[in-house]
Design a protein around this ligand. Structure first.
Ligand SMILES: Cc1nc(NNC(=O)[C@H](CC2CCCC2)CN(O)CO)c(F)c(N2CCN3CCOC[C@@H]3C2)n1
Ligand code: NI
Length: 183
């Protein structure tokens, strides 16, 4: 099982790489890795297991965070109706987004960042995401609210972007400027 010792921390170069596309259909190895990422989220959300193995709770995980520079993300969260959104996705892509933005009022954190970084992280309020599931199906998801924020945080990891890169006012020493918004 994956534990926090498998999670690389800021400063590790892999976190700043653009992750490689996963060849489809996904190999046994890639399916195994993504399944372990899903399992980590389940364990991290179970108080007993999280305490037993000293896991920080997570609602999302991206493969670069376990030093696998491949386009794979795992998500386990609930929507505003408490419906569980639990999935692993290969090669996720945001194919459309709202002009409207949103943010978590308490800011964001990251399992790869062992410190508090305060500040608002702007996210699209609604996104359409497509990708390939562990079963090899191509899915298109329309997301809003908290799940949309989680997916954006994870997909950023696949592009070497950390949440604090998006905080406007801070000059956090680890912050990397984002490319100018294409007009
Ligand atoms: C907001 C929150 N962030 C948690 N951790 N951080 C993460 O997941 C990072 C990714 C999230 C940071 C902001 C958006 C995405 C991991 N990241 O670095 C991956 O790239 C939580 F754990 C958490 N929840 C609320 C729901 N609760 C349900 C029951 O189980 C415990 C769980 C705790 N909410
Ligand atoms: Ni993160």
């Amino acid at each position: 099982m994956l534990t926090m010792k498998d999670v690389i921390r800021e400063g590790h170069p892999t976190l700043r790489l653009k992750a490689k596309e996963v060849p489809l259909p996904p190999s046994q190895e890639d399916k195994e890795i993504l399944s372990k990422m899903m399992e980590f989220l389940v364990h991290s959300q179970d108080p007993e297991t999280a305490e037993k193995y000293d896991l920080r709770p997570g609602v999302g995980l991206a493969a670069p965070q376990i030093n696998v520079s491949k386009q794979m993300i795992a998500i386990r969260t609930t929507d505003h109706k408490e419906n569980l959104i639990e999935m692993g996705l290969f090669n996720p892509k945001i194919i459309s987004q709202s002009a409207e933005t949103t943010y978590l009022e308490n800011g964001e954190g990251c399992l790869s960042v062992d410190r508090e970084v305060s500040g608002i992280v702007p996210r699209y309020a609604r996104i359409k995401v497509t990708g390939t599931t562990l079963d090899g199906d191509t899915v298109t998801l329309r997301l809003k609210g908290f799940p949309a924020i989680v997916f954006q945080h994870e997909i950023d990891h696949l592009n070497g972007i950390m949440f604090y890169d998006r905080i406007e006012e801070t000059d956090d020493p680890y912050k990397v400027p984002l490319p100018p918004k294409e007009v």
